[in-house]
Design a protein around this ligand. Structure first.
Ligand code: ASP
Length: 329
């Protein structure tokens, strides 16, 4: 074992989630309970791998995290890098992990990796995966090849990039995938092995306002236009639609775009779960050619939820007019 002072320095914080959850006395079901120190105590080896700066930043189920809290987490993480951390690790709930990772990735301006992980089985459950995920996250955090890749999600010994990762199973241990491209790498016998080169990254400036809201609606069979018509009057400043197939809506939803597009940016993504939206294939009313003609942006590779994060951050930074170049084909 190396002397503590020679060890690389990592900052690690927890926000809550199943990885922190245990059965509470007298209550039913598991709830967030373990702070970051207590999570780390389950893997004593970590203290031999790195000097750890530890913080408990929250004890929330991840559906209750929000943009304001994430901006605080970002500020903490950046401070830790400035103070010499080689990488930062966050543990949190898996339910919103694909969104929080995307949010932080769009704002993470440095080469140092920001690694996110969690667990599918609570700390008090047999076979809980939190400790193994934490160990894998530390291996990835310490790997030279992780630098310059922005935010990475490490679950089940797979390494996913923030822009593509999705939770695709509600309870299974192998709950995360990167549809279409697969994980960028994996952890093999404690070594982070990358199978894909780093993507070219673009980073946004932090938002200078946070009071705005972006709506997300899903197109579905025989849906009326009531909610769509209400979006502008309710004060939303942007709209994302999880569209059918390659990014389509019904003809009556398409007609509503003529009123919406002058009022706010509208993005149509695909609700299918994988694949890009089309640009030049379908010519019917509500198809992507018609939607673009009406001024709608097609999401490209980004899933609806990540589009909403992107649009919120772009509006916050006053850069919504550059949206097109942020929606890769
Ligand atoms: N089931 C969730 C988890 O995996 C709960 C949450 O997202 O906090 O952590």
């Amino acid at each position: 074992m190396k002397g503590q002072t020679n060890l690389p320095r990592l900052a690690i914080a927890s926000l809550g989630g199943t990885v922190s959850m245990e059965v509470s006395d007298g209550g039913s079901g598991v709830k967030p309970k373990l702070g970051c120190e207590e999570q780390l105590a389950k893997v004593p080896l970590l203290r031999e791998m790195a000097h750890l700066e530890v913080a408990t930043l929250g004890l929330l189920p991840s559906a209750s995290l929000g943009f304001a809290a994430l901006l605080d987490v970002l500020a903490w993480a950046q401070r830790e890098v400035e103070r010499g951390a080689q990488a930062v690790i966050l543990t949190q709930g898996t339910d919103s992990l694909e969104e929080t990772a995307c949010f932080l990735d769009l704002l993470w301006p440095v080469e140092a990796p920001l690694i996110m992980t969690g667990a599918m089985r609570a700390a008090s459950q047999p076979g809980n995966d939190g400790p193994a995920n934490l160990l894998a996250a530390v291996h990835v955090a310490l790997a030279q090849g992780s630098r310059g890749r922005g935010v990475l999600v490490v679950m089940n010994d797979q390494i996913h990039c923030a822009a593509k990762v999705r939770k695709t199973a509600s309870l299974a241990l192998a709950a995360f995938e990167s549809p279409g491209s697969g994980p960028v790498g994996e952890v093999v016998e404690g070594v982070a092995v990358y199978r894909q080169p780093p993507d070219r990254r673009q980073v946004l400036p932090p938002p200078h306002r946070t009071d705005h809201r972006v709506a997300l609606l899903e197109a579905c069979l025989d849906a009326d236009t009531g909610l769509l018509q209400a979006v502008a009057s309710l004060g939303y400043e942007g709209l994302v639609i999880a569209g059918f197939g390659a990014g389509h809506v019904s003809s009556c939803w398409a007609e509503e775009m003529d009123a919406l597009v002058p009022a706010m940016p509208v993005i149509v993504a695909t609700r299918t779960g994988s694949g890009p939206t089309a640009l030049a294939s379908y010519g019917f009313a509500g198809g992507e050619i018609d939607l673009q003609r009406r001024g709608v942006h097609m999401a490209g590779q980004l899933c609806p939820r990540k589009c909403r994060i992107l649009l919120w951050l772009m509006i916050g930074a006053g850069k919504q007019h550059q949206l097109h170049s942020w929606l890769p084909r």
